[in-house]
Design a protein around this ligand. Structure first.
Ligand code: FAD
Length: 368
């Protein structure tokens, strides 16, 4: 069987490209080293609950074209992301908004809240923030910083806020309305029945063959020789044998438990913002789809430093890694017949809507 494309990785990027290629009559082989399709958006059904195996995924976008595109593959519900923070047993609404300020200080009006934040910023009087702590305080004052930012951020990055660069927090969303909707985007939701069906439908063409448990690197020379074009969505540094060194990531460890109770925390996402609790969040998956199953499945997220063999989740885009990536990118541009894409191929944090947009843009360029 001869193919026009080999797509390495059946995540959202690779699958969107494969779908578009097959639509234009191309034959595509998709391989993935995991034992399932879907990459990080894979959801697995346990006790009737769609479990987001690689972390909570909420689809949101302002782009109507992308929203219509993804809605071809699944019907989306009306889920609105409204996480809450648990700080030492006290619950606060996120993102920071009038509900949060009322709970923190008892203020009622936006003006009272603004005055409170302004007074705290003035009292500290930071002109040029030298680190993340100073940056955050200069944006939202000490109370919000101490209770809702400090512990969470330190756990996430594994370093003290005073040792983290200020650029990590450029802006902090502060809203002076009683609105707990985390995203400002126009369209938002969760596919009813989970994300995996989207990928299944994308890969369902008879022009697409999928092979799981296939690592590109176990057969790399043969793949490169036998396929005219390759779309590679794995790690870019690995493709070049880490020639310039490893690109760094932050990773996560997930600990899931199936509980014999209907409702554990009353919300899909609860952030633990103190420094002592070792995890950053608990996800209760059924609430993404308003489930009323008799049991519930929760997942604790523990941030950790990435090392080879761990799942690479969040790229660390500091100067050192950005410089390394630029070098890899140059090699990638010189590599004949291999196109690098997706979050690992581009060493970039992409939301799902951005991944679809990037894959569609590649398809347009490559296939027209
Ligand atoms: P991936 O999904 O990682 O797919 C890459 C695939 O390539 C994988 O299946 C992998 O197994 C395979 N692969 C890699 N190397 C090889 C190899 N050598 N051989 C064969 N196969 C290989 N986005 C949102 O819009 N909303 C959210 O709420 C959201 N939450 C997130 C939460 C977390 C914890 C994380 C990490 C990401 C989140 N995202 C969210 C982003 C979303 O996961 C990505 O946009 C999307 O999954 C990226 O798709 P991809 O195809 O680029 O990469």
């Amino acid at each position: 069987m001869s193919y026009d494309y080999l797509v390495v990785g059946s995540g959202l990027f690779g699958s969107t490209f494969a779908y578009e290629a097959a639509k234009r009559g191309k034959r595509v082989k998709v391989i993935d080293k995991r034992d399932h399709i879907g990459g990080n958006i894979y959801t697995e059904n346990i006790e009737g609950i769609n479990v987001h195996k690689y972390g909570a995924h909420i689809f949101h976008t302002n782009n109507k074209e992308i929203w219509d595109y993804v809605n071809q593959f699944a019907e989306f519900n009306r889920y609105t992301n409204s996480p809450v923070a648990n700080y030492k047993g006290q619950i606060y609404n996120l993102p920071f908004n009038m509900n949060t300020f009322n709970k923190l200080w008892g203020v009622i009006t936006p003006e009272e809240a603004k005055n409170k934040i302004e007074a705290q910023r003035k009292a500290i009087n930071i002109e040029k923030p030298k680190n993340l702590e100073e940056q955050a305080i200069s944006l939202v004052g000490t109370d919000i910083y101490e209770k809702l930012i400090k512990g969470y951020t330190e756990k996430q990055w594994g370093r003290k806020a005073t040792e983290l660069p200020s650029f990590i927090i450029k802006r902090l969303p502060v809203r002076f309305t009683y609105d707990n909707n985390y995203f400002n985007d126009r369209y938002q939701g969760i596919p009813i029945g989970g994300y995996t069906q989207i990928i299944e439908k994308m890969l369902s063409s008879e022009l697409i063959d999928v092979e799981l448990n296939r690592d590109f690197f176990s057969n790399r020379e043969e793949y490169i020789e036998s396929y005219p074009r390759i779309v590679y969505t794995g790690m870019i540094d690995q493709f070049f044998d880490y020639k310039y060194g490893e690109l760094e990531y932050r990773s996560l460890q997930f600990e899931s438990s199936l509980l014999d109770q209907e409702n554990y925390q009353g919300n899909a996402v609860v952030n633990y913002t103190d420094a002592e609790t070792p995890f950053t969040r608990i996800i209760e998956h059924k609430h993404f789809e308003f489930g009323n199953q008799p049991k519930t499945l929760i997942t604790k997220e523990f941030p950790k430093t990435w090392k080879k063999g761990d799942e690479p989740y969040y790229p660390v885009n500091d100067d050192n890694n950005s410089e390394k990536f630029r070098k890899y990118r140059k090699l990638a541009e010189e590599q004949p017949n291999v196109i690098f894409g997706g979050r690992l191929g581009m060493y970039q944090y992409y939301d799902m809507h951005q991944v679809i947009a990037a894959a569609l843009s590649l398809a347009k360029k490559e296939l027209s």
